[in-house]
Write a protein that binds this ligand. Structure first.
Ligand code: DX5
Ligand code: ZN
Length: 224
């Protein structure tokens, strides 16, 4: 299972240093949480395309960057994130009216496409798009902030997607990746790995736990 750090709870004045630390610890995937002050229930604003662009410049072309769009107008603004240099745009199924067209638009710009669903949204809302998707992200917290408690009841949804993706791959279809996001730390990382997750997003468990970023990452990887 791959680990994708989320920088949501970082000190934004120290982002460059954090990027260097993560890369020197072997991280090759960064997860960027974009919130527009409107879509998430707590109305948080994080950052937009210009910071995403700066992070791409800092990291260079080798590191994989996804952006998790928690915004109302992803169908109008998705291209700004492609232009900023992300490899994968992940949009909320609850926030768009025509997911199929958005997937096609992203692919036409050479960008990977992912769909994310909230804890109370059933897998059936996303499964019809699975054949075209590069990634499915299951939220294990209500989106809006870092440091929340993990929702273990997401297991059955994860199993539904794992089964559908395995069937798709066995019949020669796309190797859609399965990602989980929210509340993952060293004490539950082995559990989510056992569910068949490909990529786990970890924010506060890497950046704000007791140790340094390097210590926290070591604790997480040795617990897996
Ligand atoms: C929640 C974000 C997550 C979150 C992860 O809205 O999508 O990426 O910040 O942070 P932790 O690991 O602290 O839950
Ligand atoms: Zn996220």
């Amino acid at each position: 299972m791959q680990i994708a750090p989320s920088i949501l709870t970082a000190d934004f004045c120290e982002l460059g240093k954090l990027m260097e630390e993560l890369v020197s610890e072997g991280i090759d995937w960064i997860h960027l949480d974009v919130m527009d002050g409107n879509w998430v229930i707590n109305k948080t604003i994080t950052f937009g395309p210009s910071l995403v662009h700066s992070i791409r410049q800092k990291l260079g072309p080798e590191i994989f960057i996804d952006c998790h769009l928690m915004i109302t107008n992803a169908e109008d603004t998705w291209e700004q994130y492609v232009d900023a240099g992300v490899n994968l745009v992940i949009f909320h199924i609850e926030a768009v009216s025509d997911a199929g067209t958005l997937i096609d638009n992203l692919h036409s710009r050479g960008c990977q496409a992912g769909i994310v669903l909230n804890p109370d949204t059933p897998a059936s809302e996303v499964l019809p798009f699975l054949t075209k998707l590069d990634l499915v992200l299951v939220m294990s917290v209500v989106p809006g902030k870092g440091g929340q408690s993990f929702m273990p009841e997401m297991k059955s949804k994860i199993y539904d997607f794992r089964l559908a993706i395995n069937n798709q791959i066995e019949s020669g279809g796309k190797s859609t990746k399965l990602m989980i996001d929210g509340g993952i730390k060293h004490h539950n990382v082995a559990l989510v790995k056992s569910w068949g997750i490909d990529v786990a997003v970890i924010g506060s468990g890497i950046i704000n736990d007791n140790g340094t970023v390097a210590d926290n990452l070591k604790e997480i990887t040795s617990a897996m």
